[in-house]
Design a protein around this ligand. Structure first.
Ligand code: ATP
Length: 309
């Protein structure tokens, strides 16, 4: 497997306490890695360590197969980033800000700037100074600045923060386009699962400084518990039959409805079995647990138990 970013037992202490605790994460080349965790979990600290803005207490970082040491800086040319609140030259326009950034990065191809402004939806504002920008415009410009030098890797700390629903959708589409057309690898953090679940290829969950899950999105979708809801003619009889035959957890919701949980049997098999035993089935629906519920459960469970798998 070709990993573009790897950490091994990465740890950061502040005032003697671990803020990042033995984190080993693996980001594949060309993927969107969704980095999730509640506020204060340590996401920003970890991203800052990848960018050499914060030095690890212990552990290793490998980026583009190179170990990152205290004095490693040239690798940063391959990374575009947006960390915390973006700072700009307020008296300059978007275009001028991007020009300054290209000069700073030693990136000579300035023809790209107009295209980048188009990509992030900041066209036709040639005269506007950044100090007049809305929060959404600033966020777009920050993403534009992160991609203007065509980096191999994008590290974005909560880039969706402060955007309206249309802006959120546009940023999501932009990231997918950057992955597909420019083959960028994207690490994006968020504390809101639904913001990134539709675009992430892999999800890493950080809680209290520990990486409690790193899983391909597809496996996560398959792993989520599903529930079958059924409208039947006799709920008591149906409950008894399903529990006995399929060892499932069945709840009677109302006089006509049952919820069947934790069962590895197709709804059609259950339906056939019920009909065979004289219970009419009027409606069947499979309900998936939302990812949000999955993570909230997992994080709560983790916080209540010492050993966690
Ligand atoms: P948020 O989503 O709220 O930004 P986060 O997951 O990015 O949270 P961090 O900002 O990395 O979390 O902070 C993790 C913990 O480390 C917090 O408890 C924070 O107070 C602490 N912390 C971060 N930077 C420092 C620092 N320079 N000195 C001391 N503590 C720090």
């Amino acid at each position: 497997m070709n990993y573009i970013i790897q950490t091994h037992q990465l740890t950061k202490h502040y005032a003697g306490k671990p803020v990042i605790n033995q984190v080993s994460m693996n980001i594949k080349e060309g993927e969107i890695y969704g980095f999730l965790g509640p506020n204060g979990a340590g996401k920003t600290t970890l991203m800052k360590m990848l960018l050499n803005l914060v030095k690890p207490t212990s552990g290793d970082i490998f980026i583009l197969n190179q170990p990152i040491m205290a004095h490693s800086y040239t690798y940063l040319k391959n990374i575009g980033s947006l960390i915390e609140y973006p700072i700009f030259y307020e008296e300059l326009t978007a275009q001028e800000n991007l020009k300054m950034h290209c000069a700073y990065m030693g990136y000579k191809d300035q023809t790209h700037i107009k295209k980048v402004l188009d990509i992030v939806g900041l066209q036709q504002i040639e005269r506007k100074k950044v100090k007049e920008f809305s929060l959404g415009m600033r966020q777009r410009l920050a993403i534009g600045r992160a991609i203007v030098a065509k980096p191999k890797i994008l590290i974005l700390d909560e880039p969706i923060n402060g955007l309206d629903p249309i802006g959120i959708k546009e940023v999501r589409e932009l990231l997918v386009m950057l992955k597909q057309q420019y083959k960028m690898t994207i690490l994006i953090s968020s504390h809101i699962v639904s913001e990134i679940e539709s675009i992430a290829d892999t999800i890493g969950v950080l809680n209290d400084g520990e990486l409690i899950e790193e899983i391909p999105m597809q496996s996560l979708r398959d792993k989520r518990q599903s529930m079958i809801a059924m409208v039947v003619s006799d709920t008591k009889k149906a409950k008894q039959i399903v529990e006995e035959k399929f060892h499932a957890n069945v709840q009677i919701m109302n006089v006509r409805t049952l919820n069947i949980q934790q069962v590895n049997v197709k709804p059609s098999t259950i339906t056939k079995h019920l009909i065979m035993h004289g219970v009419d089935v009027d409606k069947v629906e499979t309900l998936h647990q939302s990812l949000e519920d999955y993570f909230v459960k997992k994080i709560n469970w983790r916080n209540q138990n010492d050993s966690f798998n």
